[in-house]
Design a protein around this ligand. Structure first.
Ligand SMILES: [Zn+2]
Ligand SMILES: [Zn+2]
Length: 290
């Protein structure tokens, strides 16, 4: 029997992916995936449609979200799973992120204009499928205008952390990000630890140990293009800390050409056991608070 394969990190056009939730789930079914988490940035808008598609195509859809936390260097993202989507406090706090992005986007366009790269907000908005408008859409608009040769170049030269037109937008600390997920009854996972950019693997492992103190439940040890050696070190660290493991491609559709749904470099496939372990953690958490 074929092993059950999954993907716990995907983006739809409700944030900065290119496929609709239905298209993404259909693609997951075609790829033979048994379960997929929709983890759009700062929004749960695509989950209901994805769940409907999941019933149609026979794919288990896990509610998820990805939150960017304030972090002095690199990127610190917290993935949330199995929270209550109807939780009004969660929705209010996610809305704050969308507001922060909306405040940031005109500032980025002003900076780009200053450097001679004019863009209209309308052309950026037209590239988004939902109400999350963010840097990949600006990168795509720059590419469409011929200002850059690739999305990567747009980030490296203009939009990435520390680049010419970079404007920070994070709203919550790592602790607050984890608390938002927990208070809505979900599980909080440290996404792609490699992107913490702590200055080498050993320092990243130290950083993970520190971050474990804020209450993360799991570590996304197996992510996208993360090297196998690093993924294994993250997995060992998770075991040492008593945290569960997850894995995800960080699929964005055509926005990231080298990422395939359901695939990571560090494993032949992402096993369904990761989902089972998350469900056990949820059951344990429910049991311990009763
Ligand atoms: Zn991320
Ligand atoms: Zn992501």
């Amino acid at each position: 029997m074929n092993p059950k394969r999954i993907d716990l990190h995907t983006h739809t056009h409700c944030s900065d992916g290119t496929l609709s939730p239905t298209e993404l789930i259909r693609k997951a079914a075609e790829a033979g995936l048994a379960a997929v988490a929709i983890t759009d940035h700062d929004t749960t808008a695509g989950i209901a449609e994805a769940m409907q598609a999941g019933r149609k195509f026979g794919v288990e859809v896990i509610p998820g979200v990805e939150i960017s936390a304030i972090y002095p260097r690199g990127t610190l993202h917290i993935l949330g799973y199995y929270f209550d989507m109807a939780d009004s406090d969660l929705q209010l706090k996610l809305r704050e992120y969308i507001n922060a992005r909306n405040r940031r986007n005109p500032l980025i366009l002003n900076l780009l204009k200053k450097y001679g790269y004019s863009l209209e907000m309308e052309e950026v908005v037209s590239l988004a499928g939902g109400d999350v408008i963010n840097r990949p859409h600006i990168a795509q608009a720059m590419l469409n205008r011929g200002y850059v040769q690739s999305n990567q170049e747009a980030f490296d030269r203009f939009l990435g952390s520390g680049a010419l037109a970079y404007v920070p937008k994070e709203v919550y600390t790592p602790q607050e990000s984890v608390d938002i997920i927990h208070e809505a009854g979900g599980l909080a996972v440290l996404a792609h630890p490699d992107q913490l950019q702590s200055g080498g693997l050993e320092k990243t492992l130290c950083e993970i140990r520190t971050l474990s103190e804020i209450g993360i439940d799991g570590i996304e040890a197996f992510h996208g293009k993360c090297l196998t050696e690093h993924a294994q070190a993250f997995a060992n660290c998770a075991e040492e800390l008593g945290l569960f493991l997850t894995g995800g491609s960080d699929y964005h559709g055509d926005l990231k050409h080298d990422v395939e749904l359901g695939q990571v470099r560090s494993l032949p496939y992402i096993p369904y056991e990761f989902v089972e372990r998350m469900k056990t953690s949820l059951a344990d958490a429910a049991h311990s608070c009763c």
